[in-house]
Write a protein that binds this ligand. Structure first.
Ligand code: TYM
Length: 336
């Protein structure tokens, strides 16, 4: 069987990039009868970027409700909060001890901070916490704990999955005694949506303030779409679909027939205002029902809590014995 696993950091409100890059492919993959899937809220990862407890808490609720509203089947999948699985943090330490510092020096997120500091003439590590620095080790523990072989993610996470692979391989080599303790994971990328652009054409990201909220109100959705940057071609003038991120956004949600039609209409001079209207319509069609389910779910935190507790119990039926084996492998055995 295929073991599929992916997580979302609980620092904000889910946006279309999270949906197209991770949630949608994960849910589709989870329907495969030969697949065994693990989806979780990366709430320990959230602490790295956010020291606002209220925000962490509301984001956990929003992201839990989002997964379920998008069609996650909790019978067939294992759905949990990272912080409910203490074995993950324990594994993080075992992995930390075999991870070269040099590997983490090369992680994009850390390097970006260092470069920014150097440019500003500051200490290279100014503002860098150990959490940020060792972020990829925690993520490796998430993945290796459940021996996932497929990890559906957006392009920005590929490096992290590769590091998990490296770290797992190193651990196998040191402690496996010829046995593969960890399955080595692979990132699964949907080419078309690997990097969904935001309103300004850069990667859609909370940190660029260019997101379209997944389950925003009709008003929020409309306002966001109105802010999509387009070129200055007038109605009637032919537009260049391939140079337009509005087109890329449309593409992420349209059937091939609709997409072909949209392309032809842009080439024939469809006004940008009209094109935005069509995108709004398309999103409303694809997400309307899920949005209603989301509203119901988010209003019932106690039910969400029960679902997540059940998911954690299911996950721990795997993680508890497996961590026992790993402890033994490194030499932490009972004296009995
Ligand atoms: P996070 O929370 O930043 O993003 C969640 C998922 O959404 C994808 N994504 C995008 N995909 C396409 N276009 C975009 N504009 C876009 N923005 C975000 C991300 O690639 C990701 O797949 N470290 C991870 C969470 C994590 C994880 C894991 C993932 C923790 N442990 C183990 C997989 C396996 C993160 O911060 O993703």
């Amino acid at each position: 069987t295929t073991r599929i696993l992916t997580g979302i950091t609980t620092t904000g409100t889910p946006h279309l990039g999270n949906y197209a890059g991770a949630i949608r492919p994960a849910i589709v993959a989870g329907r495969d009868p030969h697949a065994d899937s693990f989806y979780f809220l990366a709430d320990y990862h959230a602490l790295i970027k956010c020291d606002d407890p209220e925000r962490i808490q509301s984001s956990r609720l929003e992201i839990a409700a989002t997964w379920l509203a998008c069609g996650l089947d909790t019978e067939r999948t294992t759905f949990y909060r990272q912080s409910d699985i203490p074995e993950i943090t324990e594994l993080t330490w075992l992995l930390t001890c075999v991870t070269a510092k040099g590997l983490l020096n090369r992680a994009h997120a850390y390097k970006a901070s260092v470069d920014k500091n150097l440019e500003a003439g500051e200490d290279p590590d100014a503002g860098v916490s150990m959490g940020l620095f060792s972020y990829p080790v925690l993520m490796a523990a998430d993945i290796l704990m459940f021996n996932a072989n497929k990890v559906p993610v957006g392009r920005d996470q590929i490096q992290h999955v590769e590091m998990a692979r490296d770290i797992g391989q190193r651990f196998n080599h040191l402690f496996g005694r010829g046995r593969e303790l960890f399955t080595l994971p692979e990132a699964v990328i949907e080419e078309e949506v690997a990097t969904l652009p935001g309103l300004d054409g850069r990667k859609m990201s909370k940190s660029y303030d260019n997101t379209i909220p997944l389950f925003g109100s009709a008003r929020q959705l409309k306002d966001a779409i109105a802010r999509i940057v387009t070129d200055s071609r007038e109605p009637g003038e032919p537009k260049d679909p391939d140079g337009s991120h509005l087109f890329v956004l449309y593409q992420a949600f349209a059937t091939p027939e609709r997409l072909a039609e949209f392309r032809a209409d842009l080439l024939a001079g469809l006004a940008w205002g009209e094109a935005k209207q069509r995108l709004l319509q398309l999103l409303d069609n694809e997400l309307g029902e899920a949005r209603e389910r989301y509203q119901t779910l988010i209003a019932r935190p106690l039910d969400l809590e029960d679902i997540l507790q059940a998911g954690a119990a299911k996950a721990r039926r795997i993680s508890t014995p497996f961590l026992g084996e790993l402890r033994e492998a490194v030499g932490l055995r009972s004296f009995r």
